[in-house]
Design a protein around this ligand. Sequence first.
Ligand SMILES: Cc1cc2nc3c(=O)[nH]c(=O)nc-3n(C[C@H](O)[C@H](O)[C@H](O)COP(=O)(O)O)c2cc1C
Length: 205
Amino acid sequence: MVYIYTVIKIRYNMERTNFKPGTMVYPLPAVLVSCGETPEEYNLITIAWTGTICSDPPMCFISVRPERYSYDIIKRTGEYVINLTTEELARATDWCGCRSGKIFNKWNETGLTPGKAEVVNAPLIIESPVSIECRVKEIIPLGSHHMFISEVVNISVNQKFLNKETGKFSLADAKPLIYSHGYYFGVRKKIGKFGWSVEKKKKKK
Ligand SMILES: Cc1cc2nc3c(=O)[nH]c(=O)nc-3n(C[C@H](O)[C@H](O)[C@H](O)COP(=O)(O)O)c2cc1C
C-alpha cells in the first residue's frame, strides 16, 4: 500500500513545498482604474487586487494602499472606473503601475484618452474594451491595503467587440491582459464554456 502511494506520488509529482503566507491568488486581471472629478485631477492607477464580490446588486472591489496618489482622490470623490486592459494596453498598464500621478500626467505620458462616463464623474479610458463605473459603498482598512467595496452603476463596452448579427459582446476578441505572479500574459486558449462539463450531449439524428 505504502509502495503504491509512493509510486503515485512520484508519478504525479505530488510532493509539496510550503511558502510563507502571502498573495498567491493568480491569475488576475491587471486593470487600469481611472479617477478624479475634473480633467486637471484625472488620474490612472494600475490595480491587480480587484474582483467581483456580488452579482445582484453588482458589486466590485479594489484594494489600494493609502500612500497611493489615487487613494485620496477615490476616497474623496467616492467614484472610480475599472477599465479592463488588453495585450495592446500592456505597456501603458505597467507604466501606470510604476509611476505616480503626483509627478506625471499619466494620460499624456501613455497617450490614453479620457472619455465621459455615463453615470460617474470619473473618466473612462476610451481605448479600454470594457469600463465598469463604480460608486464606493464602504472602505475597509485591512492593513497594507484598504478595500473599496463598490456598487457597479454602469458598464460600457467598445462597440468594436459586438457581433454585428447577434449583438453579443466578445471579450476574447479584445485580447484581455492577465497578471500572474509578477508577469503579464495574454489569454491562450478557450477550454469550454460555462456549464459545459454538465451539459447533456445532443442526440445524433
Ligand atoms: C501589475 C500591477 C498591479 C498593481 N496592483 C496594485 C493594487 O492592487 N493596489 C495598489 O495599491 N497598488 C497596485 N499597484 C501599484 C500602483 O499601481 C502604483 O503604485 C502606482 O504608481 C500608483 O499610482 P498613483 O500614485 O498615481 O495613484 C500595482 C502595480 C502594478 C504594476
